[in-house]
Design a protein around this ligand. Structure first.
Ligand SMILES: Nc1ncnc2c1ncn2[C@@H]1O[C@H](COP(=O)(O)OP(=O)(O)OP(=O)(O)O)[C@@H](O)[C@H]1O
Length: 352
């Protein structure tokens, strides 16, 4: 329904307009990852029912400010997300892969796989159809973080691999197929070929988003993989230390060199969150990710805390979002998912 009238200047028939004061207030409304006000056509109302219709995935949390607003809070707000398929680097491929987001990092251990997993689960929680491709062929960790590592790989009648449905996400990983010790000795061309096969020979359902967890680093392998996949946007994950930021800069440069759109930077382990007292401390230094993002003109999409409940949940194959949906640490993860989806959309729609 949304697609039919998004581009039009006026709202559909039967819709009543907001008052001038309300429209002005809507202009002040912001959501994470979307720069500036939202187009007026995304808001509609009928009587006391008001609706925010978005062409990308977002969580119901985005409605909170509208619900609490002195002028707009008397409406009963609803959120409607119809994820639009955005252009990618390989327009000839079928549409089923949805919007492909590659998650990369300049160096290992910064939490790239954790971010990929939590992003995928948060987007699925918001109702999107989400796939997760474990391209980290040298250390496929998704079966550990999402559980089900012992489940047998099913092959369908068309000889395609059935993705594992874990926590609402369709997952395909070599970790379900091969012993990770075997994968670790693969060299460039073999690794890239195996990955492409994994991508093409998985029986993906129709997806809104496909999250790809790339191997760490900025070498030929990462570049080949990124160039062979239909990429909509790339996200670089870093930690705030200078050594990690220097590697993140290499990642930014790599994507820019080959013309892959950079959706933004995610700073993981941004500050330490003490589970006992709630105290927060910037043990790896402050504002590192923000400064790097600003100096390279890349959006800073999220700053996730270093917190033991996040690690414990992932170690048990149960991301915090599904293990403990009410946990306060999930707020930052949900906000990250909205920010990634919103910025991906906004960049794709920017006039060139
Ligand atoms: N925000 C966080 N808070 C606490 N622990 C975290 C956080 N992010 C990641 N971790 C933990 O850090 C470890 C490394 O994370 P992860 O495997 O995601 O890193 P990576 O960058 O993908 O590494 P590699 O590319 O080498 O596989 C894991 O044990 C993970 O649970």
């Amino acid at each position: 329904m949304l697609g039919k009238w998004l581009g039009k200047k006026s709202a559909p028939e039967n819709d009543e307009t907001f008052t001038a004061a309300e429209r002005e207030q809507l202009q002040q409304f912001r959501i994470p990852g979307y720069e500036g006000p939202l187009p007026a056509a995304w808001f509609s109302r009928q009587g006391q029912q008001a609706r925010l219709s978005l062409p990308f995935s977002a969580g119901p949390q985005v409605l909170e400010k509208l619900q609490q607003d002195a002028q707009l809070g008397h409406y009963q707000w609803q959120l409607d997300c119809q994820v639009e398929k955005l252009p990618n680097s390989q327009p000839e491929l079928p549409l089923i892969y949805g919007n492909v987001i590659v998650i990369s990092s300049g160096k290992g251990g910064v939490g790239k796989s954790s971010v990929a997993v939590q992003l995928a689960v948060a987007l699925a929680e918001n109702g999107a159809s989400v796939g997760l491709l474990d391209a980290d062929i040298y250390g496929p960790s998704l079966p550990t973080m999402l559980g089900g590592a012992d489940e047998k790989q099913q092959i369908n009648d068309q000889n395609k691999m059935q993705p594992h449905l874990r926590h609402g996400v369709y997952v395909s990983s070599l970790g379900f197929l091969a012993d990770s010790k075997d994968a670790a000795i693969w060299r460039g061309p073999m690794a890239s070929a195996a990955l492409q096969q994994l991508f093409r020979d998985t029986a993906w359902p129709r997806l809104d988003y496909l999250i790809v967890d790339l191997p760490p680093g900025t070498g030929d392998i990462q570049l080949t993989i990124a160039q062979k996949l239909p990429v909509t946007g790339a996200v670089v994950v870093t930690t705030p230390q200078n050594v990690a930021l220097a590697d993140a800069e290499k990642g930014i440069a790599m994507f820019r060199k080959v013309g892959i759109p950079l959706t933004g930077l995610i700073e993981n382990m941004s500050h330490y969150h003490c589970p006992a007292c709630g105290h927060e401390e910037a043990i790896f230094g402050q504002h590192g990710g923000r400064k790097t993002a600003e100096s390279h003109q890349v959006p800073l999409l999220a700053q996730l805390p270093l917190a033991s409940p996040i690690r414990q949940a992932l170690d048990q194959g149960q991301p915090l979002l599904t293990a403990e949906p009410q946990h306060p640490l999930n707020a930052a993860i949900r906000e990250m998912a909205t920010a990634v989806a919103a910025q991906l959309y906004q960049q794709a729609k920017k006039p060139v």
